[in-house]
Ligand binder design. Structure first.
Ligand code: PMM
Length: 287
């Protein structure tokens, strides 16, 4: 399926292939890169390095959402995120801000963020949809059922693909009701958020059902637990460590692009940037 059919999002240059969103976690505790980019200058340098490696967008987050993580204060999140968003945007990067807080979202757009990425899809902060509506920027609405401390017990579905598609559709309707334009909305299955490994795989295998909702779809599989489990040491059963899951992540990027994803969100940008280009060339040759 070609991504060229997807209408451009407000303020973003259209691409004729799946986009790559590089991750900069300005946190001490994210599961795969926690603590590495906590210093703002290091975070900015890393973001620019990801652009040089082929990232189309840089996703800056100041709050870890790994399972079991406690929430960070609003003040601390602002302190981590705002200087990094400001500097990356000033340097010409297309910046997305990964936050569940409307205040962080609003201030980030004020200093140059071009995309709002809310893993709670507007559920964690009732003011988020208003900020998305007023700023008019593309708004990632991820499938979410609860905060990190409780999400594992919420991974109960009749049919995960049908249920996630239905809940995302309902979320989209709710944010549109709150003033967000449908053309701003990007949907995301929320891999690993209230989902076990089998459910993550089902959502990837059933990505068509989300693409069929008619909005761009973001896939964020990078280094997640289901890949660690897939690649577990056959002798010990130990999951493959997060930073050794990048080849598998690139494979997911290629297959997501092939299935019609608008973008993939990854830590290791080069391999996925190459992968989505391979898919685009392959699809063009097959047309
Ligand atoms: N996952 C994480 C953080 N932000 N944003 C979106 N839209 N979708 C996701 O699945 C998602 C996200 C957690 O992963 P990280 O700790 O590697 O950033």
């Amino acid at each position: 399926m070609s991504t060229a059919a997807i209408a451009p999002l407000p303020g973003l240059a259209p691409l004729d292939r799946c986009a790559v969103m590089g991750v900069v976690n300005v946190t001490p505790d994210s599961f795969s890169d926690g603590g590495r980019w906590l210093d703002p200058a290091a975070a900015v340098a890393h973001g620019l390095e990801l652009v040089a490696r082929g990232a189309d967008l840089i996703d800056v987050g100041g709050e870890s959402t790994r399972p079991g993580a406690a929430r960070v204060s609003e003040e601390e999140e602002l302190r981590r995120v705002i200087p990094v968003v400001r500097e990356l945007a000033a340097a010409g990067a297309v910046v997305s801000v990964d936050t569940m807080r409307a205040v962080v979202a609003e201030q980030s757009v004020a200093v140059g963020a071009a995309v709002l990425n809310d893993v709670s899809g507007g559920l964690a902060d009732p003011d988020m949809a208003r900020v998305a509506a007023e700023t008019g920027v593309p708004f990632v609405v991820m499938h979410w059922r609860g905060h990190s401390l409780e999400m594992n017990r919420l991974a109960v579905y009749d049919d995960v693909v049908t249920d996630v598609a239905k809940e995302l559709q309902q979320r989209m309707e709710a944010v549109v009701e709150a003033g967000v334009r449908p053309s701003q909305v990007i949907l995301d299955p929320g891999l690993g958020f209230a989902k076990n490994a089998a459910q993550d795989w089902a959502l990837l295998g059933g990505l068509d059902a989300l693409v069929a909702l008619g909005r761009p779809v973001l896939v964020a599989a990078s280094r997640k637990r289901f890949l660690g489990a897939l690649l577990a040491d056959p002798a010990t059963g130990e999951p493959r460590p997060p930073r050794q899951r990048d080849d598998a992540t690139a494979a997911v990027s290629a297959l997501s692009a092939q299935a019609g994803a608008w973008a993939v969100r990854v830590h290791d940008v080069r391999a996925s940037a190459d992968a989505v280009r391979v898919v685009a060339a392959w699809q063009q040759a097959a047309e």
